[in-house]
Structures are given as C-alpha cells and as structure tokens.
Design a protein around this ligand. Structure first.
Ligand code: HEM
Length: 156
C-alpha cells in the first residue's frame, strides 16, 4: 500500500520541482539582467524550490532503499546485477546519481546566493545554479517514449 502512494507522490513531485525551478530561474534571470533588488518574494521562492528538491530526494530515497522493485535492494545480485538491464540500471544508478548532483547544485547555488552581499551577484548565483540543476533534472526524468519512460501524470 505504501509503494503506490510514495510512487505517486514522487511522480507528481517532479512537476513541483520543474515548475518551481522554471519560475525561480525566470525571476532570477530578470533580477540578474535587470539589476533588481533581492526581495522577500525571491527569498520565499528560493526556500520553496530548495524544499521541493529536498522532499523529492526524501521520497526518492524511500523508493530506492525500501519500496521499489527496480533498485538494488530488491535484486538478487544487488547493484551489479542491475548493470545488465538498462531500465534497472537507470533507476539503480543513472536517475538517483544525476538527481543527487542536481540537488547539490541547488543547495550550492542557494548557499552562494545567500552569501553574496549585493543583489545582482545574488540573483546570478541562484540563476546559474538553477540552470545547471534544471538541465540535470530534465536529463534524468524518465520521460514517456524513452526505453525506461513513465507516464507524465501517474494515477493510482
Ligand atoms: C529532483 C529530483 C527527482 C525527480 C524530479 C525525480 C523524478 C522521478 C520520476 C518522474 C519518476 C517516475 C515516477 C513514475 O513512475 O511515475 C521517478 C522514479 C524513481 N525515482 Fe526519482 N526523482 C528525483 C530524485 C530521486 C532520487 C534522489 C532517488 C533515489 C535516491 C530517486 C529514486 C527513484 C526511483 C527508485 C524511482 C523508480 C520507482 C519505481 O518505479 O519503483 N529519485 N523519479
């Protein structure tokens, strides 16, 4: 029972990550290129975006280490056994490793932007980190049509 619930949450969580990333990146680019102030709204959007990543990571880890039948804990041969089958390799290594890298980018960008003294470097650090994270997320989502693809809007 827990598996379908967590899978649906993780599947829809992708949209929270993608939409918040796009919004935050657009706002940071306008702030950077337009020399705008760093506002409370920017601060809130940053917090929300980082939290969406963290939540997605947490749900992903529950799937990875406990619930999913596509990851090493569910396989007889463990991690090495998954290498032979592309879909298992994708969910055992490529997807989590790439998403972890995206999470590191988002946290680093958020920390660097917090440390910046002036608004423009603040927007710039945040925009560039998000851009990198967004590329990684888009590359690692199992889009429909790929060999390991999943539906865009999962139901129960
Ligand atoms: C921003 C980060 C992430 C995003 C946007 C994301 C997105 C997704 C999406 C869209 C799916 C397909 C869901 C479906 O079948 O409808 C998926 C599956 C999966 N994700 Fe993630 N993911 C992220 C991070 C992670 C992390 C960090 C891990 C592991 C530590 C992880 C582990 C998994 C696993 C194991 C599955 C397959 C579950 C199954 O079908 O049994 N994900 N993810």
């Amino acid at each position: 029972m827990a598996y379908p619930v967590v899978l649906v949450l993780h599947s829809w969580g992708r949209w929270a990550v993608v939409v918040l990333c796009l919004l935050a990146m657009g706002k940071a680019l306008v702030g950077w290129l337009g020399g705008r102030e760093w506002t409370r709204a920017d601060q809130r959007l940053q917090l929300l975006t980082v939290s969406a990543f963290d939540t997605q990571m947490l749900l992903g880890m529950v799937l990875y280490f406990v619930l999913s039948p596509f990851t090493p804990h569910a396989l007889d041969g463990g991690f090495l056994a998954s290498r032979a089958i592309p879909t298992l390799w994708f969910f055992s290594f490529e997807h989590p490793a790439t998403m972890l890298l995206a999470l590191v980018c988002v946290h680093a960008a958020s920390a660097l932007s917090q440390r910046a003294q002036r608004p423009v470097p603040r927007h710039r650090a945040w925009a560039l980190g998000l851009l990198l994270a967004m590329v990684l997320v888009v590359l690692a989502i199992p889009w429909p049509g790929l060999p390991h693809g999943r539906s865009l809007f999962r139901g129960f």
